[in-house]
Design a binder for this molecule. Structure first.
Ligand code: MEV
Length: 333
């Protein structure tokens, strides 16, 4: 199969009998360090966040048109609002790429990934959709095909994308990621806990990415310096993880936040939540993901301190918090 060619299969190769239901699944992600800079080729470190995930079910629709069911919108596929153009595109590209029949289908999305919080919800729903459609038609889907389809949809959702959200929606290991380079999966085994706090404010990745680009055009040397600093912190952060130096990693998270702030993508409420984490004893804290709202993360030495920090972040306005044990890479609530 020629992977450069987006048409991967023909109708003839489909199994005679499709199963009655196609299933697709994907999860959320947390960017530990390097968001935004990753769009400009700087490496970033991200973790899978399986506590927040999405499931898609595809089945035949007994009416004449396709139907889309989700918490955000339920109605005919033709009526899907413009905000869902990325998902429309995912469906279209998947059907076209595999030369699948255009028959009425029922798409049902269930997700507990908070939307617009920089947790990669759009990429996760897209990944789960492609998987469910290809599962329904029993066509083989390679990682490359999945990435090509979802990244095109992510460009609609975020305008510019490094591809990190698409990758992490189906990655089960932490990854050091650099645009256009093969991702480097690795293990995190730290005697530390990561607190994830949802500010409850809808983040706006598309606007945030545009804001950084505009700043780059207006003040290129300032932004280049910030990107260089972030690159250094990410590389040192990767070393700190390898050397199990949690104090150093915490400091680097905070430095990274300082430069994200310089890039203008933090938010007063988010900063308030991050400050609360610092005062409550975090080794470091920063925003994560797109910014302008969304989520913050903080690093703690013990589970007790992590709980104190999570409580302080809630007190400061966070709507929801999760605690990840970095020794085992598991989530606890
Ligand atoms: C969004 O989760 C991460 C950003 O760096 C955008 C991207 O990498 O595509 C802000």
């Amino acid at each position: 199969m020629n992977e450069e060619n987006m048409s991967y299969s023909t109708h003839d190769t489909l199994h005679q009998q499709t199963p009655s239901i196609g299933h697709g699944q994907a999860h959320s992600k947390i960017i530990l360090m390097g968001e935004h800079a990753v769009v400009y080729g700087v490496p970033a470190i991200a973790l899978p966040f399986t506590a927040a995930s999405t499931k898609v079910i595809v089945q035949k629709n007994n009416h004449s048109v396709s139907y889309f069911e989700s918490e955000y919108f339920t109605g005919t596929a033709a009526e899907m609002p413009d905000e869902m153009n990325n998902l429309k595109q995912v469906i279209q590209l998947t059907l076209d790429s595999f030369a699948l029949p255009k028959e009425p289908l029922h798409y049902k999305v269930t997700s507990n990934i908070p939307v617009k919080r920089g947790m990669g919800s759009s990429a996760a729903v897209s990944v789960a959709l492609v998987r469910a459609i290809t599962d329904y038609y029993q066509v083989h889907l390679s990682d490359y095909q999945l990435k090509m389809i979802v990244n095109q949809a992510e460009i609609i959702a975020h305008e510019t994308t490094s591809g990190i959200d698409t990758l992490m929606a189906s990655s089960h290991r932490p990854v050091m990621y650099q645009k256009s380079e093969p991702p480097v999966p690795f293990d995190i085994n730290l005697k530390a806990f990561l607190i994830v706090a949802d500010s409850g404010i809808e983040g706006q990745t598309k606007i945030a990415v545009g804001k950084v680009r505009q700043l780059y055009e207006q003040r290129p040397s300032m932004v280049k310096d910030a990107l260089k600093s972030i690159e250094r912190f990410v590389k040192l952060g990767y070393q700190a993880i390898k050397q199990q130096d949690t104090n150093e990693l915490g400091r680097l998270l905070t430095y990274n936040h300082y430069y994200l702030n310089q890039l203008g993508i933090s938010d007063p409420k988010l900063d308030h939540i991050i400050r609360a984490a610092w005062y409550a004893g975090a080794l470091g804290a920063k925003l994560t993901g797109g910014g302008l709202g969304g989520c913050a993360i903080a690093l703690a030495e013990t589970q007790t301190i992590a709980q104190t920090i999570a409580d302080a972040m809630k007190q400061a306005g966070a709507q929801n918090t999760w605690i990840l044990n970095l020794a085992m890479n598991e989530e606890e609530n």
